[in-house]
Design a protein around this ligand. Structure first.
Ligand SMILES: [Zn+2]
Ligand SMILES: [Zn+2]
Length: 151
């Protein structure tokens, strides 16, 4: 099995990704991407959830294929992979204007909430400037227990 080459631009630019990789968007990959676009930005889906949604649309796709498709769409720059909990990775749309937000994630059930924080963005910008790095994104992932999972 050969892994897809990571051709996505570092900043996850959707436009650039479309231009470079549009030809590689098979109907099935498009369908998965549409699931995310239909739900809108701010939705974070696991492979299992995508698999369930496809099944509810009468689309028979194996979970392994869903995993591969999600990883590929992330490599192509359409989706962003969030390594939030041990329970499973989640994916969200990699929109340019939907980058500077942060995630609060329940490590038990995977519930994910977004929040914004100016101080986090400023801390990222400060650190990048201090070391002469070119800033691309500052995001904070907070691992926590949601109200339902606090026993
Ligand atoms: Zn998000
Ligand atoms: Zn929870």
């Amino acid at each position: 099995m050969s892994l897809p080459s990571p051709s996505a631009p570092a900043d996850g630019s959707l436009q650039q990704g479309l231009h470079q990789d549009g030809r590689r968007l098979t109907p099935q990959r498009k369908r998965v991407l549409e699931l995310f676009e239909h739900r809108g930005s701010g939705c974070h889906l696991s492979a299992e959830e995508v698999h369930q949604q496809l099944a509810s649309l009468q689309l028979k796709v194996s979970l392994a294929t869903v995993y591969r498709t999600l990883r590929l769409l992330a490599d192509m720059g359409f989706l962003q992979e969030l390594e939030l909990s041990e329970g499973g990775r989640r994916f969200e749309l990699a929109h340019g204007d939907h980058r500077d937000h942060h995630h609060l994630v329940c490590i038990r059930c995977g519930r994910t909430e977004e929040f914004e924080s100016e101080p986090v963005l400023m801390a990222g910008a400060d650190a990048a400037q201090q070391f002469g790095f070119k800033l691309i994104e500052s995001s904070l992932n907070v691992r926590a227990l949601c109200p339902n999972c606090q026993d």
